[in-house]
Design a protein around this ligand. Structure first.
Ligand code: ADP
Length: 474
């Protein structure tokens, strides 16, 4: 396993931050652009309308002064026209007033040619620089001047079209653009920051889990991760790594215990045999038949132990192969019980088998050995005149086999441990009955290999009940 934690953190943070920033950019950028275009267009249309209105207003104002002077001595109030014309000129409108005969009454260009050129040049240059695409230019429009239903002349007003923007207008548009760009930039920054923070929350437990997994792979099973996150997936990861550490630590404990147990199991008969032999060598015991018999029995115990270990190893080995056939669990129970009938009768124990035929897909020999194992235990731990019953029944998709006895029972503290290798609830009694404590471990392995499970219930002093459940065959 080679986990580069820096990469995980860096990768996750960068990716999350960039992803969020990208999403925000992809949303903000088109919105800003669209807002910019729409607002710009609306503004230009408004300006263009404003210009036309302004020109009409100028014409109107000039028309009014004529009307106002209709009854007076002068037809044209030149002072007024001059004022209005100059005022309009500063705003970019070049005004020329003609009378009905076509003679110029007032002409801004004639009046101040330099100022006119300066203002026109200014507007043209600004617009050409900022709006080169609109193909704008100065164009004259004529507005008739009427008084009392009579045409008295006309005003010609030139201004830059289709529209022109003043310096102030451009400043407004620039400020708008700047605001939109700032909003986009701020949102992107916020997104990167949020992504970074989010990634830190995600990456930190992931990094810790990776570090922990590394320590576990190095043999340090005591490490545990604190689950400080609310994210379900991360919590799952943390829990899984913690469970992995638990499982490995348990395996390690069992492995050590197995070695110690095997050594212990070997030592007892070896020590007994050795001490008997020593006594004979030293002449304390005569090497007669009973003495040799005791040594023989100890060696026999060693043989049994070796056999048990072998069966256990076989049952637990990865390549454990099962010769599965369809068989009736009730028939298997009857066969196993028949093999132990003599033993049960020796203790005057009533052994009954009952229930309904239940088909399972299983290895016949191994299933019979599982039942025999449970029955041997039941006979072993049930006093004379006791009762043992085997019941087989089908329940939905499982087949259950129950072996119950009214024997010694199993203390509550031992109950969860009896399926472990070499575990004996009552060591002295169990050893006296010849058990090495691997019988139930083998039962559990074989049942698990069939995809089933086995569990025990017991009331100390009143009896025990072992239930094996296997997937039913159809
Ligand atoms: P053993 O070879 O010692 O019987 P097992 O693995 O078969 O080993 O059983 C483990 C322990 O479980 C036994 O030592 C015994 O204490 C307890 N046990 C198993 N079956 C029964 C039973 N039917 N009644 C009481 N105790 C039992």
């Amino acid at each position: 396993m080679n986990i580069n934690t820096r990469n995980i953190r860096g990768g996750l943070r960068t990716r999350l931050s960039l992803s969020i920033a990208l999403v925000v950019l992809l949303t903000i950028a088109p919105v800003s652009l669209l807002a910019n275009i729409i607002i710009g267009r609306q503004f230009e249309r408004h300006v263009s309308e404003r210009e036309a209105e302004r020109a009409a207003l100028i014409a109107d104002t000039i028309g009014h002064q004529y009307n106002g002077n209709d009854a007076g001595l002068r037809e044209w109030d030149l002072e007024f026209i001059h004022g209005a014309g100059m005022y309009a000129l500063y705003d970019g409108y070049i005004v020329k007033v003609y009378d009905s005969g076509g003679a110029a009454v007032w002409d801004a260009e004639n009046h101040d040619m330099t100022l006119c050129e300066h203002i026109m040049g200014d507007i043209s240059a600004r617009m050409a620089a900022r709006r080169p695409g609109i193909g704008g230019g100065f164009a004259a429009r004529a507005y008739p001047l009427t008084a009392n239903g009579k045409t008295v002349g006309f005003v010609e007003i030139s201004y830059y079209g289709p529209y022109f923007l003043s310096g102030e207008d451009f400043r407004f548009l620039d400020a708008l653009n700047a605001a939109l760009v700032s909003i986009g930039a701020l949102a992107t920054l916020a997104a990167v920051a949020a992504g970074w923070l989010l990634a830190r929350r995600v990456a930190s437990p992931v990094t810790k889990a990776a570090q922990m997994a590394r320590r576990i792979s190095g043999g340090d099973y005591a490490v545990r991760l604190e689950d400080g996150t609310k994210t379900r997936e991360i919590r799952d990861l943390v829990e899984s790594v913690n469970r992995l550490a638990d499982a490995l630590s348990e395996q390690e404990r069992l492995r050590r215990r197995l070695t110690a147990d095997v050594a212990h199991e070997l030592r007892t008969p070896i020590t007994a045999a050795a001490s008997h032999l020593e006594a004979m060598i030293e002449g304390v015991w005569a090497p007669d038949a009973p003495a040799l018999q005791s040594v023989y029995e100890e060696i026999g115990r060693l043989g049994t132990l070796a056999g048990d270990l072998e069966s256990l190893a076989r049952a637990e080995s990865a390549g454990f192969s099962l010769q599965k056939t369809k068989l009736d669990m009730l028939a298997a129970a009857r066969a196993a019980a028949a093999g132990l009938e003599i033993e049960a009768r020796r203790k005057n124990i009533a052994l009954t088998v009952g229930g309904e035929p239940s088909p399972v897909l299983a290895d016949r020999d191994r299933i019979i050995s599982v039942i025999s194992n449970l029955l041997t235990n039941a006979i072993k731990y049930t006093p004379e005149n006791g009762h043992i019953s085997v019941t087989v029944r089908s329940r939905e998709s499982v087949c259950e086999l129950i072996v119950s006895d009214d024997g010694a029972g199993i203390p509550e503290k031992d109950l969860p441990l009896i399926f472990e290798r070499f575990y004996r609830a009552d060591v002295s009694r169990s050893r006296a009955t010849g058990g090495s404590g691997v019988g139930l471990a083998i039962v559990k392995s074989v049942v698990a290999a069939h995809g089933g499970e086995v569990f025990a219930e017991s009331e100390p002093g009143r009896g025990s009940k072992f239930t094996v459940s296997l997937p039913a065959a159809h």
